[in-house]
Structures are given as structure tokens and as C-alpha cells.
Design a binder for this molecule. Structure first.
Ligand code: C2O
Ligand code: CU
Length: 571
């Protein structure tokens, strides 16, 4: 990808080229620029796995358009909803300083854009560089509504690593042969686990190892000796993924749009929502090499899609012809937590960072599944006549319907939410042990946790063994945070706090809480607004594994949220 091209680059999809509507005007504003784009959310025919499907896309493209901007630029995206579902777009990882109205989660910061409606998202990139992405944030539309958001350094600023000859965005996705919205509807009706996907995808294509799919396999042509920056995004709906490239080592240089101390690995693991930038040097014998991704699955007795998606790294000088079979990289076993731990514990910030040490809000949140007892029948298809649920601190999050949380706060509308989200679990128990059945059922509520502007926050995220221990990718909107520690079992403040990394912990926006373990994050609440925190596995989010922070305004304009845009959609 060309670093000089700062506009939407329509992916060429020969079938639908005529439908591509990419308005990309670039206006000069001092050094920073303003990027205008139009996203038309529409129904599009996509041919995958031997069939033609109608799916929701942006501008007829799947994956959607790549946004390329520089640190300091302004992004203005007009979203026109020409589809039959309500929709919103979220700019995953963008801090949205003072512009929570542009964040996007449906019923949290805005009411959804109704069919026929439109809304313009406007935000500034402030001190962020690297790979992020955008996706629909209403029901399961993000299954096909997503794209890369690449932030280059300011003009004249170099990368903190050797300049790559080529940059390639790699979007890992998840594909259902059934309409994902009907998969979701069925699960919401029955209360059971939603159907697993039929394929994973790399840049929208399942690849050679699936039926009728070889023709569409994505190929990347590289020159011998080239240094290539792969910007990898896990856009899958419900699955953590391993990723590797045959015969090539990968040097990690950044994650979630924060640079890291470089380290070399042969395999990556990304939770849904996470991004990882790696350098790869094309120094192997000229030929064809698979890049491949498949599940890292940690739930016990939990069904998952065990297929493998591939794309091909093809040396330009390769004389072996397009027919030679590429080499497949070895991938870890589906439940190989040891490999995941060895990988994730290597992340460090590149230099000493300022981690808050005096903590105003010391929070402890359990994250886990639950089961709600119900009257036997078609709506109680979970284990032993139950419905699946999920919660944080035993509260299963319920979205409002009449208005968004942010509007309710801003306009003082009573009765929409309460601010009594518990700072610690209502009952202490052996979280990762044998949890008594009486503690399996969560309560439901729209509870926010309120904080003053500038508060320092620590959150211990603790997995539970309710139904099953499982690895949960927890994402915080409006912020990034330092990951100061992680481990297995129950977090022990006396013992575990001693091993925190307060020198150079990595900064992220999505942390994979280890299966049957815990992770500790810290940040300063310097961005006023209502900010969702949730598991980025959409089936868990659907079940209520979420909560929201309400960060009050500080003093003056620069510490207060901007007024809502005039075209904010009504509910
Ligand atoms: Cu990428 Cu609330 O999500
Ligand atoms: Cu989860």
C-alpha cells in the first residue's frame, strides 16, 4: 500500500465496480489534512464457498474501504444507510477525545442510523499511529461491515523501525453461509450458543483449503529481499486466531496502534478487535508460501470453527509457476495456551512510560458466562433448560432502547441508566475454581461506573469458571491502557501486584484476558463521555458481557465533551 495515497482506496472488485462510491476529497489544512469519505451501507452479492449470498457491505466492497490518514489529520465520514437494518460505524481504537458522539456503539453513544438515514462521523486523530480498523457496531453487522484504518506518522516523521518496501493490510474475518443476522436471531430466540462460522477469511477470501474457494485466494507478490510490513487485524466475530507465514519469521513492532519493543516470533495470536504490525523479510528461496490462520479456542465443550484460512505470499522471481503447491506453516494446537502466553508476555513498550501509580479507582471486574433458568420450551435451549448469558461483576449489560446512554447523560433524561455499577463483585468466590451453581445466574441492568475527569484507574479483569473458563478479549472504548500484569488462577493482590511491570508495559485497546486467569490494566480517565467496555467476541457481547464508564467533564472546553452534531440520528 502506498503511503502517499491518503484517500480511500477502493478495492477492485470487478463485479461491483460500478457500485463503488468513494468520495475522497483531501483538503489541506496547515500540515494536517481533512479526509472526506462517503460510506454507503448497502446489500451486496458476494460469491463465497460455492454460493452467491446477499450481505451488507460498505460501498459494495468486502472488506470495506481502507482509510489511510496521518497522525493529526481530521476524518469526516458520511454514512448513508441504504440497507434494511439499523446500522452504526465504530472507529475501533480511535480515542475520540471530546467527540464521543463519533464513537459509534449503538445505544451507547448514538441511536442507530435507520434505513434511508445518514450520519456524519467527524473526529481528529490525536497522537496515535499504526493500525486500527472500523466496523459496524450494531447487532452482528460487523461480520461483513469492516475495514482497515491506517494511521501513518506525521509528514516527515519516520517509523521507529526500518522503512518497509511494501505494506500489506491483512484482515482476518469470519464467514457464515447463513445470513449472520439470522444466525444471531436464532440464538437470541433459543437462548443456545449461536452456530459457528463456516470459514475464516483473509481479506475477504477463505482460500485454497475450502470448496470452490481456490480461485479467489488472495495472493501477495513480493520481491526477493523486500522488507514487508504486515498490518494484521482480527476482524473475526467470535474467534481468537493464530496466524503464521510458512518459513518466515515475523518481527512484532506494534499492536493496537501503539509501538512495541521489536521481538521475533513464528506465530501470532490475536483476539477479535486486536491488531498486530509485523515486519517480514522476503529472504527465503523464491517460491510460494501460505500465510494461514485458524482458531485458538479455550472454552471447554464449546463448539468452534476448526477450519484454516490461507492466502499466498508469492515471490515475484519465483519460476515455479502458479501451479506449485505452496508450503503450509505449522500452527499451534487449537488449545495451545502455553504458546499464547509465551507470545503475549513478550510485549513491551519501546521505552519507559508513565504508568499511573497513585490509583483513584481500584476496580475488580469478573468477566464470565452465566446461565439464566427459564421455563422449559423453545426459548430455553441452553444446558438444562436455561438461556446463555454473560456478565461483568454479575451484571449482564442491557442496552437502552429509547435513547443512547450518552444522550441520556447529556440531556439529563432520567430512568435510562443508573450509576451503581459495582467496583468489586457483589460476592467473593473462588472465581476459577468449582463455582457453586447458585452463583451462575447474573442480574440484568444498565449500570454505569462514574468517574471524575483525570481519575487514575486500575482494573483487574478476572475470568470465571462459570459454565467454562474462556479467554475473553476485553475492549475499552475511548481509551488505550497499559497492561501491567497477567496470570492464571485467581488474582492475588498481595502476591501478584509485586510482579507488575510499571516500567515499560505495552499499551493496548483490547486485552485478551488469559483463560482461567486475569489481566490488570491502568489508565487515566482524561476523555469525558460514556465509554463502553466489553468482550469483543460478539456472542458474549450479545449475552451482556459489557459495562460502561461515565467520565465527567473537567474544567473548560478542552476537558469537556463537544455538543452533539446536528444530524445525530434520533431513536
Ligand atoms: Cu471493536 Cu465496541 O468494538
Ligand atoms: Cu468473551
Amino acid at each position: 500500500m502506498d503511503a502517499q495515497n491518503l484517500c480511500v482506496k477502493p478495492r477492485t472488485n470487478s463485479l461491483f465496480l460500478g457500485l463503488v462510491f468513494s468520495l475522497a476529497l483531501v483538503a489541506s489544512f496547515a500540515n494536517a489534512e481533512i479526509h472526506y469519505h462517503q460510506f454507503i451501507v448497502q446489500e451486496t452479492q458476494l460469491k463465497r464457498l460455492c454460493q452467491t449470498h446477499n450481505r451488507i457491505t460498505v460501498n459494495g466492497q468486502f472488506p470495506g474501504p481502507t482509510l489511510e490518514v496521518r497522525n493529526g489529520d481530521t476524518v469526516v465520514v458520511n454514512v448513508l444507510n441504504s440497507a434494511r437494518y439499523n446500522v452504526t460505524i465504530h472507529w475501533h481504537g480511535i480515542r475520540q477525545m471530546r467527540t464521543p458522539w463519533a464513537d459509534g456503539p449503538a445505544y451507547v453513544t448514538q441511536c442507530p442510523i435507520k434505513p434511508g438515514g445518514s450520519y456524519t462521523y467527524r473526529f481528529i486523530i490525536e497522537d496515535q499511529e499504526g493500525t486500527l480498523w472500523w466496523h459496524a457496531h450494531s447487532r452482528w453487522l460487523r461480520a461483513t461491515v469492516y475495514g482497515a484504518l491506517i494511521i501513518y506518522p506525521k509528514l516527515g516523521s519516520p517509523y521507529p523501525f526500518p522503512k518497509p518496501n511494501q505494506e500489506i493490510p491483512i484482515l482476518l474475518g469470519e464467514w457464515w453461509n447463513r445470513d449472520p443476522i439470522s444466525v444471531l436471531k436464532q440464538a437470541l430466540f433459543t437462548g443456545a450458543i449461536p452456530n459457528v462460522s463456516d470459514a475464516y477469511t483473509i481479506n475477504g477470501q477463505p482460500g485454497d483449503l475450502y470448496k470452490c474457494s481456490a480461485q479467489g485466494t488472495v495472493r501477495f507478490h513480493v520481491g526477493s529481499g523486500d522488507r514487508i510490513l504486515l498490518r494484521i487485524i482480527n476482524a473475526a466475530l467470535n474467534q481468537q486466531l493464530f496466524f503464521a507465514v510458512a518459513n518466515h519469521k515475523l518481527t512484532v513492532v506494534a499492536a493496537d496502534a501503539s509501538y512495541d519493543k521489536p521481538f521475533t516470533t513464528s506465530v501470532l495470536m490475536l483476539g477479535p478487535g486486536q491488531t498486530t504490525d509485523v515486519l517480514l523479510t522476503a529472504e527465503q528461496a523464491p517460491g510460494r508460501y501460505y500465510m494461514a490462520a485458524r482458531a485458538y479456542a479455550t472454552g471447554q465443550n464449546t463448539p468452534f470453527d476448526n477450519t484454516t484460512t490461507t492466502a499466498i505470499l508469492e515471490y515475484k522471481s519465483s519460476n515455479k509457476g502458479a501451479s506449485s503447491r505452496p508450503i503450509l506453516p505449522p500452527l499451534p494446537a487449537y488449545n495451545d495456551t502455553a504458546t499464547v502466553t509465551a507470545f503475549t508476555t513478550q510485549f513491551r513498550s519501546p521505552y519507559r512510560v508513565e504508568v499511573p501509580t497513585k490509583i483513584d479507582h481500584n476496580l475488580f471486574f469478573t468477566v464470565g458466562l452465566g446461565l439464566v433458568n427459564c421455563t422449559p420450551g423453545p426459548r430455553c435451549q441452553g444446558p438444562n433448560n436455561t438461556r446463555f448469558a454473560a456478565s461483568m461483576n454479575n451484571v449482564s449489560f442491557v442496552l437502552p432502547r429509547r435513547t443512547s446512554l450518552l444522550q441520556a447523560y447529556y440531556q439529563n433524561i432520567p430512568g435510562v441508566f443508573t450509576t451503581d455499577f459495582p467496583p468489586v463483585p457483589p460476592i467473593q468466590f473462588d472465581y476459577t475454581g468449582n463455582v457453586p451453581r447458585g452463583l451462575w445466574q447474573p442480574t440484568f441492568g444498565t449500570k454505569l461506573y462514574k468517574m471524575k475527569f483525570g481519575s487514575t484507574v486500575q482494573i483487574v479483569l478476572q475470568d470465571t469458571a462459570i459454565v467454562t473458563t474462556e479467554d475473553h478479549p476485553i475492549h475499552l472504548h475511548g481509551y488505550h491502557f497499559y497492561v501491567v500484569g497477567q496470570g492464571f488462577g485467581n488474582f492475588d493482590p498481595r502476591k501478584d501486584a509485586a510482579s507488575f511491570n510499571l516500567i515499560d508495559p505495552p499499551q493496548r485497546n483490547t486485552i485478551d484476558v488469559p483463560v482461567g486467569g486475569w489481566a490488570v490494566i491502568r489508565f487515566v480517565a482524561d476523555n469525558p463521555g460514556v465509554w463502553l467496555m466489553h468482550c469483543h467476541i460478539d456472542s458474549h457481547l450479545t449475552w451482556g458481557m459489557a459495562m460502561s464508564f461515565l467520565v465527567e467533564n473537567g474544567f473548560g472546553e478542552m476537558e469537556s465533551i463537544e455538543p452533539p452534531p446536528a444530524d445525530l440520528p434520533p431513536c
